[in-house]
Design a protein around this ligand. Sequence first.
Ligand code: PFF
Length: 446
Amino acid sequence: MNGREQWSSKLGFILAAAGSAIGLGAIWKFPYIAGQNGGGAFFLIFILFTLVLGLPLLLAEFLIGRSTQANAIDSYKKIAPRSKWHWIGIIGMISCFILLSFYSVIGGWIIAYLFKVVTGGLNHLSSNQYSAIFGSTISDPIISIIVQLLFILITIIVVSKGVQNGIELASKFMMPALFILFIILVIRAVTLDGAMEGVLFLLQPDFSKVTSKTILEAMGQSFFTLSVGVSVMVTYSSYLPKNQSLPRSAFSIVGMNLAIVLLAGLAIFPAVFALGLEPGAGPVLLFNVLPTVFSQLPFGMVFFGAFLILFLFAALTSAFSMLEIIVSVVSKNNAQRKKWSWIIGLAIFAFGVPSALSFGILGDVKIFHKTIFDVMDYTVSNILMPLGALLISIFVPLKMKKSALYEEMIKGSKVKKGLFDVWYILIRYVAPILILVVMMNVLGVW
Ligand code: PFF
């Protein structure tokens, strides 16, 4: 295993894994998907999926990764040699390739906004003016491609230097700061005139809006926000020493993630309703709402700039994990890491250009009534991630001994047998059945 890195501290792993989980999914994607799917009911179903499927799967990936100490392909090969199970890792790598190709588009938008704030282009404008400026920025082909490239370049540089240096150091300060800023934002948003309607939109479930599509989106969203199903968490936990509690790590990542989702919802929806905006506006929702909310705070643009930096950071730590999983498979040793980071990163950029252009000159190109960007997102979130999750939930109980799983789980933790049993039932029975039912339902199989 030519000198695999290990996280330098217990906290390092948690921060990196949490960094992978917390990103655009909770902050940008959750509000807009919830907005398109009726709000409260979606939120509730999302929480249920996170607890019943996301959490057990996260733990399952941790167990695979730490017990094998190998990358996303070799870990499956170690457990099930001479079989096809390592295709779980291949599907994960393909997912991450596509994922980063469109994730970087949104990452680029953050960079673009940051430039505007720094150059003072956003002072004292109305809500409509903010939307107009943003709309013209993301539809500009040159700008959208340049900022996307910048986002990917940062990702490449960090991953090429080795994953831990880049992530561990900064996370320690960035994550807590993001929480604090979000709390300020929520306080401002819920005290706007007419904000209550938005709070109710998020917290009062209206099940009449729920369809099989809503349920699939909620499931996909719960996998997306936790980075499960694509073996990223297998890869990260393979760098982990044995003295760390896996269940505790999983619980804290899920807890932090849900907290950020709730804060994002409480920051966005009250403002959407108070400002008379449209909750179903799609991917642009967050970017249209935020500047107006910030502009209502004293020193608003300073806060907005700070928020964008933290938001960018949250997006980058997720992006690192997507590139890392691929690079850790294809580079045979640390000397090759740099070369492959660049090759793969630039290939992802090239593949992502049409997604970036789908908010402008390629906006009319539709596949199954969706823009190119939406097709990429849908393929990963609602097909590949659930498929990966399904396969993992079949693989773990089938190919790993129950006693070995228990042994691995209690290393570094004081997990009660009862808790292990609950996890085992969830992963062995509940997860595969539930994922299959949700997926088939949408396909119209029954
Ligand atoms: N969890 C990340 C987010 O919510 O932004 C997205 C993500 C990262 C998904 C890494 C999958 C992944 F492998």
